[in-house]
Design a protein. Structure first.
Length: 154
């Protein structure tokens, strides 16, 4: 585990709010309706905070993080969407650490997408996929040793 993320001791409420805020910021920047990845494709709403639970940070038994994956609408130009995303979050101290593109799996139809990941100094990572079929974002919060992170949000 990265030592910069291992040493976080921020309260669970702060960590949760950061994850929700970054998810909302992505949805607003990208535009359109966003949904959860469940079978019902439940609409995502930043004000609906019940039911989230943290996950154990990779390689640690004492640190937890909040993570959220959402799905949004397709874009006509994935490259332009990714450039806009990287520039926007770059102004907030996020740096790009990976980028690749691929074709949409044939079973889903035609199209292509670009996935980019950006990370800040505290260890928060955003994985943004801009695609001509659909788009998504995964927000992986920084790790914290606050024991209340292991309690489902209400």
């Amino acid at each position: 585990m990265d030592t910069q993320t291992e040493n976080q001791s921020q309260p669970a409420s702060v960590m949760f709010q950061r994850m929700m805020s970054l998810s909302d910021e992505t949805a607003r920047l990208h535009g359109g309706p966003w949904t959860h990845g469940n079978e019902e494709a439940t609409p995502w709403n930043v004000n609906e905070t019940a039911g989230y639970i943290s996950e154990r940070c990779p390689g640690s038994k004492d640190f937890f993080r909040y993570a959220n994956t959402l799905y949004g609408p397709a874009v006509e130009d994935p490259e332009a969407a990714v450039e806009k995303y990287v520039a926007h979050f770059g102004q907030q101290g996020f740096t790009e650490d990976n980028r690749f593109d691929a074709e949409v799996a044939e079973k889903f139809g035609s199209g292509w997408y670009i996935i980019v990941s950006v990370q800040d100094a505290e260890g928060t990572k955003l994985i943004y996929q801009a695609g001509t079929h659909l788009s998504s974002v995964t927000v992986e919060g920084a790790c914290s040793d606050d024991p209340t992170m292991d309690i489902r949000t209400t």
